[in-house]
Design a protein around this ligand. Structure first.
Ligand SMILES: [Zn+2]
Length: 499
């Protein structure tokens, strides 16, 4: 069977409808593991150094529930508009795999911590609600490191709190699945419960996908895709799988319920194992843990502590700062950049807040981001303070420096961490030449010394103007404003040449 290209797959299929639901696992940013006091900060440590009898699965030990993990899960559920039942419990999910130390995983089966929520995504300027079936809590497995002929196990990850967010099969295209995943990640990062790092595996996504003839109500047989570690791979894997299933359905072939792995390098999904049914896991209530009784008082307390979420921030950037959609989106998607922008606004004491917001956004998203990329550092690690950016904008507003000078000052402030006004003073940068008589004198001199360029311009070669502007800027050592120089030069050249 041949599989079409992505372009073919993205084309709306008129006969078949794609149905997608996502199961997202996120490690929680707690200090200790789910059921023991081992530290979760193991990323840079040697294998098997963050372990104890509990997370190694020794017999006879007793797990203790991490309260912060429960709080983070409730906060996530609330942000996803779920209801939190007063009673829930942990269950044992039995299966054997070398990465599972106890031979079972403590998870939640029939009574999860939360249920019945939704998340809103925007597509083609329309909003769509994707149902959230449940958000529950479980524990991560150990990590297997495969070598040729043998595998090693690192137990550091074993027992790390893992939150699972299960969506309804409400998505109708791989693009919607990607948008859902992006929005979900944003929310988790805003809540401070997840690092959101898909590339490191702390946020993972499994996708259930099936196809059905358009108009048919019953769902088709689904496959589950694993091993997608970026938004792009989620979308690509689903594109591939949708196309594969539609081609099979067209050919009258039977689609089997199975787990398939995404092979990033080849851009294909391959069968891994036949998908287990729930009864294969022989779930039963975890006898070593008490049921979870969640008071509505605690839920309301957590609700009151929820931070501003991405949709609210995006909307506020429109209303409060008058920012265009593009700016509002970028500053929301990257929470740290948005936080920086707000800090720069807090340090801005100007009457026209909206004009300042736009210039702060412009400088941040172009010049500051350029410097961050060039130096490969994050905005949090930068020595350039939000107050320094505000100070630079003040100097520009007061016409104390030109735009060109401002860029140079910013470059320096980025390295030294100084306030721009200190750099201006230290470097003896003079205010821009606003005296037009002084400028006119320089312009006349430049025209006289560049007779060829001047006559070229007069004979219609308008490009010649730029070299003259450059000459004047050089003479004024960047202290003149380029737009004014251009205007004065033009009017001077358009006059009859002096004899
Ligand atoms: Zn432990």
């Amino acid at each position: 069977m041949t599989i079409g290209t992505e372009t073919q797959a993205t084309r709306v299929d008129t006969d078949f409808e794609v149905v997608i639901g996502l199961e997202v696992h996120s490690q929680l940013l707690t200090k200790s593991k789910m059921f023991c006091s081992c530290s979760t900060d193991y990323a840079n440590d040697a294998p098997n150094t963050h372990v104890c009898p509990i997370c190694m699965g020794m017999p006879g030990v007793l797990p203790v529930i991490n309260q912060q993990a429960v709080a983070y899960t409730i906060m996530t559920a609330l942000a996803l508009n779920c209801t939190i039942p007063e009673y829930s419990k942990f269950d044992r999910k039995n299966y054997s795999y070398p990465d599972l130390m106890k031979g079972y995983q403590i998870s939640q089966y029939d009574i999860p911590l939360s249920k019945d929520g939704y998340l809103v995504i925007e597509l083609n300027e329309q909003t769509r609600k994707v149902g959230i079936t449940r958000v529950h809590l479980e524990e991560d497995t150990a990590r297997l490191l495969h070598h040729s002929g043998y595998s090693l196990v690192d137990i550091n990850r074993s027992g790390t709190p893992l939150m699972e967010i299960v969506s309804e099969p409400d998505m109708r295209s791989p693009e919607e699945a990607r948008l859902y995943m992006q929005k979900l990640r944003e929310i988790l990062v805003y809540l401070g419960v997840s690092s959101g790092r898909m590339e490191e595996g702390s946020l993972r996504c499994d996708a259930n996908i099936s196809v059905r003839p358009r108009g048919q109500e019953a769902l088709g047989v689904k496959t589950e895709i694993k091993n997608m570690n970026s938004f792009r791979s989620v979308e690509r894997a689903l594109e591939y799988e949708a196309h594969r299933q539609i081609a099979m359905a067209r050919a009258g072939e039977t689609i089997h319920q199975e787990t398939r792995g995404w092979v990033e390098t080849k851009g294909i999904t391959v069968p891994q194992r036949s998908k287990e049914q729930a009864h294969d896991y022989r779930y039963f209530p975890e006898p070593d843990l008490p049921p979870l009784l969640i008071s509505s008082r605690w839920v309301e307390e957590l609700r009151s502590q929820l931070p501003e979420l991405p949709d609210a921030r995006r909307a506020r950037y429109h209303t409060e700062y008058g920012l265009p959609t593009l700016d509002a989106n970028v500053l929301t998607e990257d929470k740290a950049l948005g936080d920086y922008f707000e800090a720069a606004m807090a340090a801005s004491h100007v009457s026209d807040r909206k004009a300042r917001a736009k210039s702060a956004s412009n400088w941040l998203l172009s010049e500051v981001v350029r410097l961050l990329k060039a130096n490969a550092i994050s905005i949090q690690a930068s020595t350039l303070s939000p107050a320094a950016l505000a100070n630079l904008l003040d100097l520009l507003d007061k016409e104390r420096i030109t735009g060109k000078q401002a860029k140079n000052v910013l470059d320096e402030a980025f390295v030294t961490g100084e306030l721009p006004e200190a750099i201006v003073t230290r470097n003896g940068i003079k205010p821009p030449i606003s005296d037009t008589r002084e400028l006119e004198r320089i312009i006349e001199e430049v025209i006289a010394n560049n007779a060829k360029a001047a006559s070229d311009y007069r004979s219609g070669k308008t490009n010649a103007l730029q070299s003259l502007v450059g000459q004047v800027m050089k003479q004024t050592r960047g202290q003149a404003k380029a737009d004014i120089v251009q205007k004065l030069l033009k009017s001077k050249l358009d006059e009859a040449p002096s004899a």
